[in-house]
Design a protein around this ligand. Structure first.
Ligand code: AP5
Ligand code: MG
Length: 371
């Protein structure tokens, strides 16, 4: 089972279909025991839309005569229950003079259940019991004990097996839980360490947006924009462009890129001031740097790799020994202090950047999975 995306959110596997079925078997067996031999035909009250799948699975396991009535209440919006009493939109049959088993997909505070019990009484039900597929004991506020609970879960937002996130996810046969953590990875390292080489694969693997400030700046240079012209001389001298330029680029991406599980920053931050600006940008969103993946290679290898790339890509800042040496110097003077900055923050992880591209890729993937 892998993660699923619904609208703007990622959900990770939580309860497998087999386990759901086993739980339904158990709860159905208890209901059968309690209702076996009854002369009436109790009503299963399916609370639409969430409990469609559960009601169907439950009902086909019941061995006594029973009926089904569906009820639709006004719905929740988004990922939080409003806590408000929901009104009845409609009911597909009568419960007058009948015993009712309310079949819910999930019970959290219990307000809906309390409301439903009242509605059943008002509609002439002679007895009301409650059966729920899932229950959040940490949220439950009522004194009334639920009669049949298939599974208990913590207070997380879940989808699948009838449960949705804004209309989607009901058809998924396993249950998934909201993976609210956006990831903010920094791919760090000296020039030529392999950041760009490895970033694309990692972005795809972890559903991340790869942001290379170097690529963005080269894009501006190619367009001949004002920003590009400003950056050109600095880049070709192996110097850094002003902090506010790259910070603006990053913030713009954070604000506009949607439908990803996070960001992979390549070549940013490069100064302590940029790292502090990044912390501020993330704090505004209630987020923080998830981890730094630092690719380390010796200075000699930097030169070798960059010279090799110069022949293939023709990057202006790869063209002369002087620029390459200045980039390495700029890295040691201005960027390397970030190692301590992120060590202090407990976010720093170092990886050996030597070896083949595949070897380095595997080391990075293993580390990112842990972060
Ligand atoms: P940027 O584009 O970020 O350059 P850089 O940091 O110097 O890094 P490179 O892109 O040169 O290296 P890389 O680690 O991506 O290595 P690659 O994968 O290509 O920045 C350029 C300039 O823009 C800066 O100097 C600065 O002026 C400005 N700038 C950018 N961000 C800024 C910021 N935040 N603030 C201020 N200014 C900023 O690999 C290199 C070569 O090695 C490739 O040919 C590759 O095929 C090869 N290779 C990779 N891995 C291996 C391997 N394992 N074995 C053998 N070869 C390999
Ligand atoms: Mg690069």
């Amino acid at each position: 089972m892998s993660n699923v995306r619904l609208h703007d959110k990622t959900f990770r596997p939580f309860i497998e279909y087999d386990k759901i079925e086993e739980a339904i078997d158990r709860v159905a067996a208890r209901i059968n025991e309690d209702y076996q031999g009854s002369k009436d035909a109790p009503v299963l009250l399916c609370v639409l839309n969430g409990s469609i799948l559960f009601t169907a699975e439950l009902m086909k396991r019941l061995t006594f005569k029973c009926e089904i009535v569906c009820i639709k209440l006004t719905s929740y919006v988004g990922i939080k229950s409003t806590g408000e009493v929901r009104d009845v939109i409609g009911m597909t049959g009568s419960v007058e003079g009948k015993r009712v088993i309310i079949v819910e997909d999930i019970v959290d505070s219990g307000r809906t259940i309390e409301n439903l019990v009242r509605i059943m009484e008002a509609n002439g039900a002679t007895e009301t019991k409650i059966c729920t597929m899932l229950m959040k004991p940490g949220c439950y506020k009522l004194d009334k004990k639920l009669d049949y609970v298939a599974m208990e879960i913590p207070d997380d937002f879940i989808v699948g097996f009838g449960l949705d996130y804004d209309g989607l996810g009901r058809n998924i046969k396993d249950i998934y839980v909201l993976d609210s953590d956006m990831k903010y990875y920094i791919l760090f390292g000296p020039p030529g360490a392999g950041k760009g080489t490895q970033a694309a694969g990692m972005a795809e693997r972890f559903n991340l947006c790869h942001i290379s400030t170097g690529d963005l700046l080269r894009g501006e240079m190619a367009k001949g924009s004002e920003l590009g012209l400003k950056a050109k001389a600095l880049i070709e001298a192996g110097e850094l462009v002003p902090d506010e330029i790259v910070e603006g680029m990053i913030e713009n991406k954070f604000d506009t890129v949607k439908d990803v599980s996070g960001f992979l920053l390549d070549g940013f931050p490069r100064t302590i001031a940029q790292a502090e600006a990044l912390d501020r940008m993330l704090a505004k969103k209630g987020e923080s740097v998830s981890g730094v993946v630092s690719l380390m290679i010796p200075d000699e290898m930097i030169k070798e790799r960059i010279k090799h790339r110069a022949a293939i890509e023709g990057r202006a800042d790869d063209a002369s020994d002087e620029t390459i040496s200045n980039r390495i110097k700029t890295y040691h003077d201005k960027t390397e202090p970030l190692v301590d900055y992120y060590k202090k923050a407990g976010a720093y992880n170092e990886i050996d950047g030597t070896g083949t591209i595949d070897e380095v890729r595997d080391r990075i993937a293993l580390l990112m999975e842990r972060i």
